[in-house]
Design a protein around this ligand. Structure first.
Ligand code: PAF
Length: 283
């Protein structure tokens, strides 16, 4: 595996691959890699000949009071882990390489509507930061296919929409959430959990499972399902940001006849903010 920090070096390598007619797969990350990320690389490998992964903690997607400074940065371990996978090239840029104009880069990408709800409502500017950096990374790597984790379902939906709206010739693929045996979705932020909190954390997934069975059993009382979910999170000692049953395509409140739904939840637990979701098919 090759590691590059400069855009020009990355482009030179990619050009050589493209000239050989190879299909490029891309897995953007913020590092501190775990099995969830590695499953994204596997998924990309099934769909492309060469895999590029980026590790970049993007300042634009953190709010002023969020964890940008303390976000776990483990580049040496990340490179070692990627080396053991099918990744061919690691792009490890500095903030200066990505944002030579600093945080004031004039061009921003904002996907309207879908970015304002759920996590977007509690993290203003977050999805603008995500869409901007991913659009930039797409411009740098120009992959044929890019893989994102479905754990961040709203992010995945926004990036699919951005790619479609901007007519980018990139296939966007979602990879299923990887979970610990007790149901907790893997996340770099799980390391903020103390021992007691770690024991409580799977109750977020458990609450989603209960909600999914209600939805799939034909229970149409969306508000009651959401209230029960919120109560379960509070009972577990979490401070929920939302527990919501939504249309899986638009993330809007589902119409009565919508079948393809997603139940999404976010809650604070100690220093961590947990998010998770489950798809549900209404009968
Ligand atoms: O999901 C993430 O790790 C980040 O939001 C992403 C997509 C790499 C953009 O910084």
């Amino acid at each position: 595996m090759l590691t590059v920090t400069h855009i020009a070096d990355l482009r030179a390598r990619l050009q050589a691959w493209r000239q050989q007619g190879l299909r490029i797969g891309f897995v953007p990350t913020m590092g501190n890699l775990h099995n969830g990320h590695l499953s994204l690389i596997d998924e990309a490998r099934r769909r492309a000949d060469r895999i590029v992964s980026s590790v970049f903690v993007n300042p634009l997607q953190f709010g002023p009071t969020e964890d940008f400074d303390r976000y776990p940065r483990t580049p040496v371990e990340d490179a070692r882990l990627l080396e053991s996978t099918a990744c061919d090239l690691l792009f490890l840029p500095t903030v200066e390489e990505m944002y030579p104009e600093g945080r004031d880069q004039a061009t921003r990408v904002f996907v309207r509507g879908i970015s304002d709800t759920l996590c977007g409502a509690v993290r203003p500017g977050h999805f603008e930061g995500v869409a901007t950096v991913v659009a930039k990374l797409f411009g740098i790597v120009q992959p044929d296919v890019a893989v994102f984790g479905e754990k961040d379902f709203q992010q995945f939906t926004i990036l699919k929409r951005m790619t479609q709206d901007l007519s980018l010739p990139i296939e966007i693929v979602g990879a299923p959430t990887v979970r610990a045996p007790d149901g907790l979705a893997m996340s770099s932020r799980n390391r903020y959990l103390g021992e007691e909190e770690r024991a409580i954390a799977p109750r977020l997934h458990a609450a989603l499972v209960v909600a999914r069975s209600r939805v799939e059993a034909g229970d149409a009382d969306r508000v009651a399902i959401e209230d029960e979910g919120l109560a379960a999170l509070r009972d577990a000692g979490m401070r929920p940001d939302y527990f919501a049953v939504r249309d899986a395509r638009t993330l809007e409140v589902p119409l009565a006849d919508a079948k393809d739904l997603v139940i999404l939840a976010a809650a604070r637990l100690g220093k961590a903010r947990l998010i998770d979701n489950l798809r549900a098919t209404r009968a």
